[in-house]
Design a protein around this ligand. Sequence first.
Ligand SMILES: Cc1cc2nc3c(=O)[nH]c(=O)nc-3n(C[C@H](O)[C@H](O)[C@H](O)COP(=O)(O)O)c2cc1C
Length: 155
Amino acid sequence: MQELITKTVPTGISVVTVRSGDKINGMTAAWVTQVSFKPAMIAASIAPQRYTHGLIEKSGYFCINALPVESKDVAKHFGFKSGHKTDKFKGMRYTNALKGSPVLESAYAYIECEVVHAYEAGDHTLFIGTIIDSSELKENANPLIFRWNDFFGKK
Ligand SMILES: Cc1cc2nc3c(=O)[nH]c(=O)nc-3n(C[C@H](O)[C@H](O)[C@H](O)COP(=O)(O)O)c2cc1C
């Protein structure tokens, strides 16, 4: 079922980053999309057990880092380890968006959002944010598209 959805309804892959006080973290997310033009709003679906989830709740901000096709290793790094146990930013180069969310060197664009709604959506939370800062860092990048088998093997 999950494999069918990701084969037929494509999404890109982002790293959702966050800063809360002196803590920073990032996690790979396929379930990110724009949901409004005016105001410009983004939804990110994040499971409560993710370390990122608690930090977004505390800070009230998150940042979408759009990954290019050549950054599959970055998606795996942020998608298969948890900030509960690992500092995923150790040795990693990044800058800061307006509210301090990390912006990855490998991202071709970033969009920082302020959380305006958080809805329970089954086993995930749908964080909806208005855009407060954004920039295209590399023009004409080819986005990394989520294919289930590329990350989770055949089901
Ligand atoms: C390709 C890919 C896409 C993912 N998409 C999501 C997603 O949309 N929402 C989510 O909650 N977790 C998603 N994950 C899982 C998290 O990235 C993963 O559990 C991560 O280790 C959480 O990190 P954290 O505990 O440091 O926040 C995805 C993982 C991969 C590899």
